[in-house]
Design a protein around this ligand. Structure first.
Ligand code: FAD
Ligand code: NAP
Length: 566
């Protein structure tokens, strides 16, 4: 391979520090760096606020943190050497193992030399006259780049409710997404966990078995958790996976949810509960997300969903010894899977322990945090430690945390005042040359994410290559394309049961956020076809501009090169 300038010698001198700046060094940012740097030969900088690669798996170090995706598909598929080099130890790997995998990927692809760690992007401004991005960081530096690519994660801005007195607590407390690097000792401690989402459901059994003096769980809404049925993988399992990698990844990459499961087309409508149980029982025993794919109309038919929900409720009642407690743990306020459905290991059994109790905060709301614990409307509970498993300002939170300013100083916050508006979850009108990996209005969190991440990274890299090779300076979605995608997103969501739940998919976990279904629920398979067709039609719905003068203002043109094959 040799590097060749594809621009003529008469062009103006380079005005940017980098061809592309990427924010974030998780699954998304690492792969994007590799594609742009190693396959296109562009100069790229990744800026990452953590001290190492890993993203989610760097930050979420709480006990019990592990994947709900199965290990053999919770990884990159693009590099055969990485696939050969890495062996997963379990069906669902724990956080240290996923982090180790991403570290290995970064080393294998020699990515670290282009990542600036311990640095946060605070502002990114589009410079109208130059047609480039100015990116400011918390160390006072500014870099200029032609492309600005966010790989900031959908679940990376932790959220703690604004409980009165929260800072006054004199014991130890943290959010699960900011877990310390040193081991945390729960032995003989009075421990509180607030929150029973996917995170709470993982950490609660772990704390309960760490010999606390007592564990008290504060639950607002019970969840439907399905058994994970984790198990170690042996050499035979791994050999079978290796032998079938092509089929596994083909299936995952062409499926509606990014998992290697065949689509379901059956309905439970009209079936007796006995028949429904007969169909669900083997999937329950198998464990994992395939349970959700027993009936194809789970999230569109209230009748099917109610039958599946009732099956899970019955399992909870069978597991929890105390019938009153079981009823508190049984969800009735939402349809199964309309909130992100967690997998669990021993979650419900944990409540049979004498040293674990549940406070239902819908009955006795949390009034405030005190220096010694949590005061509810009923009593004051004393604690040595409080763990907030209270989730994230998801999907848009981390993007809006950066002050992103597009053309004519338009801020992303202003633009998204009533909820996100994007074209394909990849680009935003008014923000040229900015791409959002797994942005809002893309399938992202409704899928096995490495699959969606690979699709996005490859699409963005191809778009960048197209621009560079064709001397196109700017790419920006048209207003019409963006509006029509936003309307389509809403219409597809309205055909499902999802909008009936108070969920983070609907932004309802964060006070004052506009209520709108944020990921794209049309199916990852159809979505991938759509973005492929858009590219094949010359980036239909995007405006491609050859010169920044077309913006009405004269500007210097930076020089980009792509690597040419020998
Ligand atoms: P992230 O991993 O979130 O990385 C984003 C990075 O951007 C972070 O390192 C962050 O520090 C950095 N960043 C953000 N803002 C800035 C800024 N302004 N300046 C500098 N750096 C910044 N998905 C699945 O598909 N299957 C699973 O089983 C699964 N399990 C999960 C378990 C947990 C506990 C959580 C929280 C999420 C899980 N997810 C799962 C979702 C998970 O987030 C994705 O699978 C994936 O890791 C996302 O990778 P990413 O690179 O897009 O984002
Ligand atoms: P979450 O699903 O948003 O759950 C937050 C919990 O905190 C909920 O039980 C919520 O109750 C509760 N809560 C929030 N505010 C509260 C308040 N003021 N008072 C009392 N309770 C309050 O967050 P999460 O569990 O961290 O999970 C977020 C997402 O991360 C998941 O949905 C999933 O996508 C990902 N994740 C994945 C895995 C995995 O795959 N293994 C593990 C962990 C996380 P309400 O339900 O009433 O709002």
């Amino acid at each position: 391979m040799s590097e060749t300038s594809i621009r003529g010698s008469s062009e103006s001198p380079e005005q940017t520090d980098y061809d592309a700046v990427i924010v974030g060094a998780g699954f998304s940012g690492l792969y994007e760096l590799h594609r742009l740097r190693d396959e296109l030969g562009l100069s790229v900088k990744v800026i990452e606020k953590a001290s190492d690669v890993g993203g989610t798996w760097y930050w979420n170090r709480y006990p019990g943190a592990r994947c709900d995706s199965e290990s053999h598909v919770y990884c990159y598929s693009f590099n055969d050497e990485l696939l050969d080099e890495w062996d997963w130890s379990e069906r669902y790997p724990e956080q240290p193992e996923v982090l180790e995998y991403l570290r290995l990927a970064a080393d294998h692809l020699d990515l670290r030399r282009d990542i600036e760690f311990d640095t946060e992007v605070t502002t990114a401004e589009f410079d109208d006259s130059a047609g480039t991005w100015k990116i400011h960081t918390d160390d006072g530096e500014t870099v200029r780049s032609q492309f600005f690519i966010t790989a900031v994660g959908c679940l990376s801005k932790p959220f703690i409710p604004d409980f009165e007195g929260i800072e006054s607590f004199e014991g130890w407390w943290t959010h699960t997404g900011k877990w310390p690097h040193d081991p945390v000792d729960f032995e003989d401690k009075q421990v509180a966990v607030v929150g029973t989402g996917a995170t709470g459901i993982q950490i609660i059994p772990e704390i309960a078995t760490s010999n606390p003096a007592h564990l008290t769980v504060f639950q607002r809404t019970p969840n439907y958790a399905v058994p994970a049925r984790n198990r170690p993988l042996d050499e035979d399992d791994r050999a079978e996976i290796r032998d079938n990698y092509d089929e596994i990844f083909d299936l995952a990459h062409s499926s509606g949810f990014g998992h290697p499961f065949e689509a379901a087309y059956d309905t439970a409508e009209g079936l007796s509960m006995e028949e429904v149980e007969k169909r669900l029982e083997p999937r329950w025993e198998e464990g994992g997300f395939r349970f959700m794919l027993t009936f194809g109309d789970l999230v569109t038919s209230a009748e099917t969903n109610e039958k599946v929900s009732e099956f899970i409720r019955q399992k909870i009642r069978e597991t929890v010894d105390d019938p009153d407690l079981a009823e508190k743990l049984v969800p009735r306020d939402h349809y199964y899977a309309t909130k992100r459905p967690p997998l669990h290991t021993d979650y419900y059994r944990t409540y049979n322990r004498d040293d674990v109790s549940l406070v239902d905060v819908t009955e006795t709301p949390i009034e405030r945090i005190t220096p010694s614990g949590i005061r509810t409307s009923e009593t004051e509970h004393e604690f040595d430690m409080i763990v907030y498993a209270t989730g994230f300002d998801a999907m848009t939170g981390t993007l809006l945390q950066m002050d992103i300013q597009g053309r004519n100083g338009l801020t992303l916050e202003e633009k998204w005042e009533d909820g996100p508006k994007t074209y394909l979850g990849l680009g935003i009108h008014g923000f040229p040359n900015m791409f959002t990996i797994t942005g809002p209005q893309s399938p992202s969190v409704l899928t096995n994410m490495p699959v969606s991440i690979e699709h996005h990274v490859e699409w963005i890299s191809d778009a960048v290559e197209h621009l560079v090779r064709n001397d196109i300076r700017l790419i920006e979605p048209t207003k019409e394309a963006e509006e029509s995608w936003t309307v389509h997103n809403r219409q597809v969501a309205e055909q499902t049961l999802y909008p009936t739940a108070d969920s983070w998919y609907m932004n309802q976990n964060i006070p004052d956020k506009p209520t709108v279904f944020t990921p794209y629920i049309g199916g990852a398979d159809l979505y991938h076809d759509t973005i492929r067709e858009v590219a094949e039609k010359g980036y239909e719905g995007f405006e491609l501009t050859e010169s920044v003068t077309n913006l009405g203002q004269q500007g210097e043109q930076p020089r980009l090169r792509v690597m040419e094959g020998d």
